[in-house]
Design a protein around this ligand. Structure first.
Ligand SMILES: Nc1nc(=O)c2c([nH]1)NC[C@@H]1CN(c3ccc(C(=O)N[C@@H](CCC(=O)O)C(=O)O)cc3)CN21
Ligand SMILES: CC(C)C(=O)C(=O)O
Ligand SMILES: [Mg+2]
Length: 312
């Protein structure tokens, strides 16, 4: 009975759901992520912050598109992620959603929008899912205050991604953006947070800026996928910020964390393109009369000039 319902639903959803115009596939779900994890297919995660970056992530066939609160510094020029307002996040979430039809889309809950109570977190997450039309949320930390909240969110059916190790929203308390889990006590604490988050129902956990071996140990002892950033190659998947991958030099201080690999140099290429454009306008190489211009019929223009002559 229930399997019939599932078969019907699957057929129904695959026949009506929007397919990505790039990859030709329907939007990935948490079930797909679990399938990749079960078959040891590394899970790919990239951040996006607007329509065009979301489109690129879709076109590249990336599994999970994360609207990271790193957009605070990479896209809005703020000093850190703690300055990001919930309404600013929602605005970016909506633009990403319109640009990506194939990735599972998850958004960071901004600092201050979820820590006060489980009710506050439910309100924030529900608003983001209702109005942003995305699938899941990510919250930082795994202590006794956040666990009941994660539990409430997963219980109402919101896919939650955990995030432990270097949790940037706590950078003031952590003494900066430092490697985490390099003492016995801190490593044990991070491992315990992972086990607790798993029990609270997260579908995956981001491990940020921790030693490779600790990330490997955690990955081998969990039954949900780990997504590493500065956590080495022995995790279930990887995440990077899109502007870091593309080489957009979007960090104010231009400091590149050790874990980043820039696959492109978009900033340099962009400046080169804009410099050429500026030079071409100044020395009349752009626009070209024929290539970029529109024509008017000779007699129309002659008549126009006659009439224009009488206008004052
Ligand atoms: N562009 C961008 N990329 C990110 O990965 C990112 C953001 N922004 N903003 C929010 C947070 C901040 N993140 C950061 C920022 C700096 C380091 C960093 O510099 N780490 C040191 C660790 C050195 C150590 O303790 O040994 C490094 O040099 O790698 C790490 C993560 C990750 N997130
Ligand atoms: C780097 C990822 C994990 C993140 O939280 C962000 O982009 O805000
Ligand atoms: Mg974040």
């Amino acid at each position: 009975m229930s399997s019939r319902v599932q078969i019907f639903r699957r057929t129904f959803s695959s026949s009506v759901s929007a397919k990505s115009s790039y990859t030709g596939t329907a939007r990935k779900t948490v079930a797909d992520i679990n399938r990749f994890y079960a078959s040891s297919k590394p899970i790919t995660v990239v951040t996006a912050h607007d329509f065009i970056t979301a489109k690129m992530v879709d076109h590249a066939g990336i599994d999970i598109c994360l609207i990271g609160d790193s957009l605070a510094n990479t896209t809005l020029g703020l000093d850190d992620t703690n300055e990001l307002e919930f309404q600013e996040m929602l605005y970016h979430v909506k633009s990403v959603q319109r640009g990506n039809d194939s990735s599972l889309i998850v958004a960071d809950l901004p600092f201050g929008s979820y820590e006060k109570s489980s009710e506050q977190a439910l309100d924030t997450a529900m608003t983001i899912i209702k109005h942003g039309k995305i699938q899941g949320v990510k919250v930082e930390g795994g202590d006794e205050f956040i666990l009941p909240t994660v539990n409430r969110l997963t219980t109402v059916g919101i896919p939650v991604m955990g995030h432990v190790g270097l949790t940037p929203q706590k950078h003031n308390a952590l003494g900066g953006y430092r490697l985490q889990g390099n003492s016995v006590e801190n490593a044990v604490s991070i491992y315990k947070q992972c086990l607790d988050l798993q029990r609270a129902g997260v579908f995956s956990i981001v491990l940020e800026c921790i030693p490779n071996k600790l990330a490997q140990y955690i990955t081998e002892n969990l039954s949900v996928p780990t997504i590493g950033i500065g956590a080495g190659p022995f995790t279930s998947g990887q995440v990077l910020v899109i502007s870091d991958i593309l080489g957009m030099k979007s960090n104010k201080e231009n400091h590149k964390p050790k874990f980043v690999r820039a696959y492109e140099d978009f900033y340099t290429k962009g400046v080169e393109a804009l410099t050429s454009y500026g030079e071409h306008v100044e020395n009349a190489q752009f626009p070209d009369v024929d290539e970029h211009g529109y024509k008017i019929k000779r007699d129309v223009f002659e008549e126009f000039k006659k009439q224009a002559h009488h206008i004052h």
